[in-house]
Design a protein around this ligand. Structure first.
Ligand SMILES: [Zn+2]
Length: 317
């Protein structure tokens, strides 16, 4: 895009690292990226969209140039037991990075997940989405930097609906659920409360800490033990007595029946997000693996200008 340049970093062995920076005007913003070594070109900011480990906040949180929502910063602290050293904001607020006004938007992916939006001096509107469950609040843009977790157009498992009916039925029957500690676990607790269940929900230690501190109206919660309804890590589901147990996932290789409940847009949702934000150019930066390239290729076939991170030829050391 005119006046903006996407850059990757190569390490000492000449291999590219999980890294994306955008250069524009006199600025360099790194996005969901681990900290650059001291000898490297340093960015003005490390934008952290949310606290999942594959977005590298564990490293970026230790930089004074980290930018994350207050909830993301706190989630990182709880998850990694370290102090967040950057700047925080409330999702929906504007923040000032050098002389750039950056707007933030909710994406519904995890508690505190945030998209970032700004305009360059040439008037290019840049939108960084991170992972997205709900794109409704996102603005139109010129350059869309997006995810492709379910971006493979040829994989039928990338098209799905959340199976809320099965989830509600299982909840009513007093089931326990396996759910990843940050994101899925809080989504499950929110839905259980929305159904009107007022009893104790048992959780394992880290899920409990994250839910208690970051989620309003989630009580009563307790450590796994006495509760009838439990939301625990999938690998702790075996410790729950009884057989009424489900894993909240789209995967089919789990030892328990699965209920589809995702924190992500499916393929059709990603397409609707592209239409909604109406970009001139798209850069797909996440996740690692083939899906980003497959989606970029598909978008090109649809006549759009699109690239994946692996196709970026600009490097910084
Ligand atoms: Zn995520």
């Amino acid at each position: 895009m005119e006046g903006t340049e996407a850059l990757r970093r190569i390490n000492g062995r000449g291999r590219s690292t999980p890294h994306l920076s955008l250069g524009f005007d006199s600025h360099l913003f790194s996005i969901d990226t681990s900290r650059s070594p001291n000898a490297s070109l340093q960015p003005d900011a490390y934008l952290i969209t949310h606290a999942h480990s594959d977005h590298h906040g564990k490293s970026a949180m230790l930089s004074p140039f980290a930018i994350a929502s207050a909830e993301t910063a706190r989630a990182l602290e709880i998850r990694y037991g370290r102090k967040y050293k950057g700047q925080t904001f409330d999702v929906g607020d504007n923040i000032q990075i050098k002389n750039v006004k950056v707007q933030t938007f909710p994406t519904g992916h995890t508690i505190g997940s945030s998209a970032f939006y700004w305009e360059t001096e040439l008037g290019v509107r840049v939108l960084i989405t991170g992972d997205v469950k709900d794109y409704c609040a996102l603005p139109r843009c010129d350059l869309l930097v997006m995810e492709a977790n379910y971006g493979d157009p040829w994989d039928p498992s990338c098209c799905f609906e959340d199976d809320l009916a099965s989830f509600f039925e299982a909840t009513e029957s007093g089931a326990s659920f396996g759910a990843y500690v940050f994101g899925k676990a809080q989504r499950a607790v929110g839905l259980i409360r929305a159904m009107g269940y007022k009893g104790i929900i048992g959780m394992d230690t880290q899920s409990l800490a994250l839910t208690r501190e970051l989620m309003q109206n989630s009580a009563p919660l307790a450590e796994v033990g006495d509760a009838n309804t439990n939301v625990v890590s999938p690998w702790n589901l075996g410790r729950i007595p009884g057989s009424n147990k489900f894993v909240l996932t789209g995967r089919e290789d789990m030892p328990y029946p699965a209920i589809k409940l995702s924190d992500h847009l499916d393929f059709r949702g990603l397409m609707r997000m592209v239409e909604h934000t109406s970009p001139h150019e798209i850069l797909i930066y996440h996740p690692e693996g083939k899906r980003a390239s497959l989606l970029a290729n598909y978008l090109r076939q649809c006549g759009m200008e699109a690239n994946s991170l692996s196709e970026i030829r600009g490097f910084i050391l």
